[in-house]
Design a protein around this ligand. Structure first.
Ligand code: HEM
Length: 486
C-alpha cells in the first residue's frame, strides 16, 4: 500500500488532480489549502545560487591514511595508518551560472569536507595549483570581469582580458588554464590542489607550512577546444553524468593525497614569497610526501539537499591544521561562511550535509531562521555553573612572529619574486605540440578583444614570461585578427 498523500501539516489530500472550484466551471476556492500550499511552495523552490562555483556535482566517500604523517600534524583524522574518515566532496566550474555547461575552459573547484572526530575540516581547493590574483580585494573585480557584462549581458573577451591586462600576476594561471589541462574530460580525470599554503602543527607544537596535492588515480584526461565545444553543446551535464554514473556502476573514483612540507624557518628567506597563491613550490625544493587515499563511493540521495545546500568554508579547521598568512586565504576565511549565511541562512550548519558527524557541535549559538536549537533546555550562556560546554585552553595552531607596520603592501620582497618567471617555466616545460595548442587557445580568445591597448598589454606579459611565448602569441593573434578583417 502506498502512503497516503498529505499536506505539509500531515492531513490527507483527497484530490491531487483537480482543484476545488465553485461549480464545475470555477472560479477556484481559497479554501483549497492543498492548491494554495502546492503553488506557494513551488514559487519558493529556488534559493540564491553560489556567487561563484554555482554549477557543481557532489559525492560521499572516505579518506584513508596510508602513510605516517603524525610527526607533522596532530590532526586526529591523520593520526595513524589505516584510519578512515567519512567525507563529502563537491566539484564545480567557477564562472558559469547554475545551468551552465560542464565542458568549458574554466578552473574546477575541488572542495572536501572531512567529517573528523575533532569537527569538520573543509579543504576548499581547485584543480589548479595557483590562482589569478594574490589579494582578496581584487576578487569581486576579477569575477565581474569573467561573468556577464552589465550592458551586453554576455561574457565579453574585452572584459576578461582587460582585467588580466591589469593583473600581471595572472600570467601563470592563464598559461595553465589555456594549456592542455584547462578543460578536464570529467571530474574524475583531474587532479585537485589545496592551492594555498596552510599550516600543520604536531603534538610538540612544531609547525610546517604545507601544500596539498590530490593526484587522480583515473589518470589525467582533458578535452581540446573542439571536443569541448561538441560536448558542451550536446550534453550540458557531461561531468555530472560521468560522476553520477561511475559511482552508480560501482566504479569508485579515487585520488592519492600528497603534501609538500616547508619548515617554517625556511619561509622568510625563500627565494619567493611562499604565501603567494600565484606561485607553486618546485618539487625539487619540497618533494611530495604521500599521505593517503580519497575514495568517492556514494551518490547523494537528493542533489538539492546535499549538493546545493553544501557549505564549505576554508575557515573550518581542526586542531593541528591552520591558516598561513597568505592574504588570499585570509580573505577567504571571511568570505565563505558570510556567503552561506546569506545563501542558506544562519542555521545552515545544522543541515545534515554540513553538520559534524563524528563530532558534536556544542556551543551557545541559538535561534535565527529555521533553528532546530539542538541545545534544547540547556543554559544559553558561558561560563555557567551547570556543566555546559567549556573551552579547551589548548592552542589550535602555532603562533607566528610578525614584522613591519600596518599598511597596504604589494608582494613582500624576496630575491626572485617577479610575476612572470613561473609562467615562463611552465611554458618551457611543454612539448612543442603542447605549446602550439596553448598558443592557438590563447590566440583564439585574445583575438576577439576589440581594444588594441588591452591586447598589447597582455602580449607584454607573455613576452616577459618567455620571449618565444610572447612573440609566437603575438604572431598568432595578428594572423587571426587580420583574417577577421578580411
Ligand atoms: C566558492 C569567495 C578564491 C575555491 C566560493 C564562494 C565564495 C567564494 C563567496 C561561494 C560560497 C558559497 O556560497 O557556499 C572567494 C573569494 C576568493 C576565492 C573572496 C578570493 C579571495 C578561491 C580560491 C579557490 C576557491 C583561491 C581555490 C583554491 C572555491 C570553491 C568553491 C568556492 C571550490 C565552491 C565550494 C562548493 O563546492 O560549495 N568562493 N573565493 N576560491 N570557491 Fe572561492
Amino acid at each position: 500500500m502506498p502512503k497516503t498523500l498529505s499536506t505539509e501539516s500531515g492531513a490527507p489530500v483527497a484530490d491531487n488532480q483537480n482543484s476545488a472550484s465553485a461549480g464545475e466551471y470555477g472560479p477556484l476556492l481559497v479554501q483549497d489549502q492543498h492548491l494554495l500550499e502546492k503553488l506557494a511552495r513551488f514559487n519558493r523552490e529556488r534559493i540564491p545560487e553560489r556567487v561563484v562555483h554555482a554549477r557543481g556535482s557532489g559525492a560521499y566517500g572516505y579518506f584513508e591514511v596510508t602513510d605516517e604523517v603524525s610527526q607533522y600534524t596532530r590532526a586526529a583524522f591523520l593520526s595513524r595508518v589505516g584510519k578512515r574518515t567519512e567525507l563529502f566532496l563537491r566539484f564545480s566550474t567557477v564562472a558559469g551560472a547554475l545551468g551552465a555547461s560542464d565542458a568549458v575552459r574554466d578552473p574546477r573547484g575541488f572542495a572536501v569536507k572531512f567529517y573528523t572526530e575533532q569537527g569538520n575540516y573543509d579543504l576548499v581547493g581547485n584543480n589548479t595549483p595557483v590562482f589569478f590574483i594574490k589579494d582578496p580585494l581584487k576578487f569581486p573585480d576579477f569575477i565581474h570581469s569573467q561573468k556577464r557584462d552589465p550592458y551586453t549581458g554576455i561574457q565579453e573577451p574585452d572584459n576578461v582580458w582587460d582585467f588580466w591586462a591589469h593583473s600581471p600576476a595572472s600570467t601563470h594561471q592563464i598559461t595553465w588554464l589555456f594549456g592542455d589541462r584547462g578543460i578536464p574530460a570529467s571530474y574524475r580525470h583531474m587532479n585537485g590542489f589545496g592551492s594555498h599554503t596552510y599550516q600543520w602543527v604536531n603534538a610538540e607544537g612544531r609547525a610546517h607550512w604545507v601544500k596539498y596535492h590530490f593526484k587522480t588515480n583515473q589518470g589525467v584526461r582533458s578535452l581540446d577546444a573542439e571536443q569541448a565545444a561538441q560536448t558542451a553543446g550536446g550534453d550540458a551535464d557531461s561531468h555530472q553524468r560521468d560522476l553520477h554514473q561511475a559511482i552508480e556502476r560501482g566504479v569508485f573514483p579515487s585520488w592519492t593525497l600528497y603534501v609538500q612540507l616547508m619548515p617554517v624557518e625556511d619561509a622568510a628567506d625563500y627565494r619567493f614569497n611562499p604565501f603567494d597563491l600565484t606561485k607553486v613550490w618546485p618539487h625539487a625544493d619540497y618533494p611530495l610526501v604521500k599521505v593517503g587515499r580519497l575514495v568517492l563511493n556514494r551518490n547523494p540521495e537528493n542533489v538539492f539537499a546535499e549538493v546545493e545546500q553544501a557549505a564549505f568554508s576554508p575557515n573550518n579547521f581542526v586542531p593541528g591544521i591552520g591558516p598561513s598568512p597568505d592574504k588570499m586565504l585570509q580573505g577567504r576565511l571571511f568570505a565563505y561562511a558570510d556567503a552561506q549565511r546569506y545563501r542558506l541562512g544562519v542555521n545552515h550548519t545544522q543541515l545534515p550535509v554540513n553538520a559534524p558527524r563524528a563530532a558534536e557541535a556544542a556551543n551557545y549559538g541559538q535561534d535565527g531562521y529555521a533553528a532546530l536549537n539542538p541545545n534544547g533546555r540547556n543554559k544559553n550562556y558561558e561560563p555557567n555553573s551547570y556543566g555546559g560546554p567549556a573551552q579547551t585552553d589548548e592552542p589550535l595552531h602555532a603562533p607566528q612572529p610578525l614584522t613591519g607596520h600596518t599598511g597596504t603592501y604589494t608582494t613582500p620582497a624576496h630575491s626572485k619574486d617577479d610575476d612572470f618567471f613561473q609562467a615562463g617555466e611552465l611554458y618551457r616545460l611543454m612539448t612543442e605540440d603542447e605549446k602550439s595548442r596553448l598558443i592557438a587557445n590563447l590566440a583564439g580568445s585574445l583575438a576577439q578583444v576589440g581594444r588594441d591597448d588591452v591586447v598589447e598589454k597582455n602580449l607584454a606579459h607573455f613576452h616577459a614570461a618567455d620571449p618565444d611565448y610572447g612573440s609566437r602569441l603575438a604572431a598568432a593573434v595578428a594572423e587571426l585578427r587580420s583574417a577577421q578583417e578580411d
